[in-house]
Ligand binder design. Structure first.
Ligand SMILES: NC(=O)c1ccc[n+]([C@@H]2O[C@H](COP(=O)([O-])OP(=O)(O)OC[C@H]3O[C@@H](n4cnc5c(N)ncnc54)[C@H](OP(=O)(O)O)[C@@H]3O)[C@@H](O)[C@H]2O)c1
Length: 301
């Protein structure tokens, strides 16, 4: 497998050696879902193969992401030994005529339906990492759902269990000390989870960062005004090194978090994919630049 200068990290207690740039496949959700852009089948096929060709070995998906799971199964199922596969559970998406409604239900039968359909759509007989797509510690315990995932693991359907979550639910989930990984949002423009990531990593869990390029920041095709406002209030253009794009600064800041084992960047643009891989190969940002960005953003928030 190609690995164009990509840095590998150990995904916490799973022991998996993952590329620090992973792939988040939410953008491959297809038509009649949500958002402004639809990626067609041909482009999805080309793009998923490109993701593997550049050496990325960790892919995140969910039953909630439209046809993302089907596309992964159909277009790169034959290359299954080249990547670690993470999906989610607790998902009850409902397809309406013109949009996809995303809902979660914390019941055992939902998890059983999710694992069965994910294995089928992904054309595989095992999933490396099954993550709760939200949920809080009390509900997951009360409904016996952690035991359900352990049962899937014992029967070989999955290898590891994780939680994709955020504040305020994360501390309770971390305290359970049962999760092999946590998927957490984080970037220099949304740094609120910095410390809870450190707490999660202290349980030896693997850390998967989402939102790690902050939707591309102010360069993005799909604008996120709130993130753009933070960039502007913090005057980050003033510290952007000559020749570095805003997306590169944001991404390399994320990669600089000492516990960022992988960040599942959600691009569907081959040019951005190449830029992100090249940016990551340049490594973490220098300490004084990190500090300057951190201080400016904390004053701006
Ligand atoms: N609750 C959950 O579990 C949850 C929630 C949200 C997301 N996720 C996971 O996390 C993944 C990533 O999340 P996300 O998409 O919200 O955040 P993200 O990866 O920070 O942002 C993706 C956006 O950034 C843009 N982008 C990427 N590289 C760029 C570059 N070099 N220059 C300019 N723009 C660039 C992409 O546009 P282009 O396509 O134009 O490059 C896309 O619009 C998802 O795919 C999904 O797997 C999980």
């Amino acid at each position: 497998m190609a690995n164009l200068g990509m840095i590998n990290k150990t995904l916490g207690r799973t022991g998996l050696q993952v590329t620090q740039i992973g792939y988040g496949s939410m953008g491959l959700r297809g038509p009649k879902t949500w958002g402004v852009r639809v990626v067609d089948d041909e482009d999805a096929d080309r793009f998923l193969n490109r993701v593997l060709d550049v050496g990325i070995n960790f892919i995140d998906t969910s039953p909630d992401y439209g046809v993302s799971e089907q596309r992964i199964g159909r277009y790169i199922g034959a290359r299954r030994d080249e990547f670690y596969l993470a999906t989610k559970c607790g998902c009850c998406p409902r397809q309406h005529e013109d949009h996809l409604e995303v809902r979660h239900d914390w019941k055992k039968d939902v998890l059983e339906r999710n694992i069965e359909s994910s294995l089928d759509r992904l054309r595989t007989d095992y999933i490396d990492l099954l993550q709760f797509h939200g949920g809080d510690a009390e509900t997951l315990q009360r409904e016996g759902l952690i035991d359900t995932l352990c049962g899937f693991r014992d029967s070989g359907l999955i290898r590891f269990i994780g939680a994709s979550s955020s504040l305020p639910n994360l501390p309770g989930l971390i305290e359970l000390d049962v999760f092999d990984t946590f998927q957490v949002p984080y970037s220099c423009l949304a740094p609120q989870h910095h410390d809870v990531i450190t707490s999660a990593a202290a349980t030896e869990a693997g850390i998967i960062i989402r939102g790690g390029i902050a939707h591309g920041g102010p360069d993005a095709e799909i604008e996120r005004p709130a993130l753009d406002d933070i960039w502007k209030s913090a005057c980050l253009d003033e510290v952007l090194p000559t020749g570095m794009s805003r997306a590169e600064l944001i991404l390399r800041y994320t990669l600089s978090h000492p516990h960022c084992h992988t960040t599942i960047v959600g691009t569907c643009d081959p040019q951005h994919l190449a830029e992100n891989v090249a940016a990551a190969a340049r490594g973490p940002l220098a300490g004084d630049l990190l500090q300057e960005i951190r201080e400016r953003v904390s004053r701006a928030l």
